[in-house]
Design a protein around this ligand. Structure first.
Ligand code: FEO
Length: 167
């Protein structure tokens, strides 16, 4: 069974993952409004993936006999300066999520909750992947800047993203 403190911390992470989904859905809407279909496609799958992260935590809390405590989800930003600006904010956001996951691992280790520590290792690896993928996109966008043909190529490339899986 989860401790009350661990349960509360995991519930907070459920909210953070659902906020991430909302954050990326807002970016999806922004790209749709700019007719950047490939970037929009990528962001829609990103939003779906975050919902799956939230549900993975939600299921784990239930499985361990914890209490689900759903919290309000903040309103995400609605406008951005450029495609590069969007992805810089994605990277910044993912770095914050990594810090949150690390704090959860610290708590699990403090409590000698080995099951939760083991469960969280999936998220630790996932954050390495997320930061690396988004960091790569930011690097390319920094090279492209406002060059329209470069943005067109990247829009095509990101439009090939496959649907997310979280197993
Ligand atoms: Fe659920 Fe993008 O971290």
């Amino acid at each position: 069974m989860l401790s009350e403190k661990m349960g509360q911390a995991l519930n907070k992470q459920v909210t953070a993952e659902f906020y991430s989904s909302y954050f990326y859905l807002g970016m999806h809407a922004y790209f749709e409004s700019k007719n950047l279909e490939g970037f929009a496609h990528w962001m829609r799958f990103q939003a779906q993936e975050e919902m799956m992260h939230g549900m993975k935590l939600y299921d784990y809390i239930n499985e361990r006999g914890g209490k689900i405590m759903l919290q309000p989800i903040d309103q995400p930003p609605g406008d951005w300066d450029s495609v590069l600006h969007v992805f810089e904010k994605v990277l910044e956001h993912e770095q914050k999520v990594t810090a949150m996951i690390n704090n959860l691992v610290d708590l699990a280790l403090d409590e000698r909750d080995h099951a939760t520590n083991g469960f969280l290792q999936w998220f630790v690896s996932e954050q390495v992947e997320e930061e690396s993928n988004v960091g790569g996109i930011v690097n390319k966008l920094t090279m492209v800047q406002d060059d329209l043909s470069g943005l067109f190529v990247m829009d095509q490339e990101l439009g090939k993203r496959l649907p997310p899986t979280v197993e």
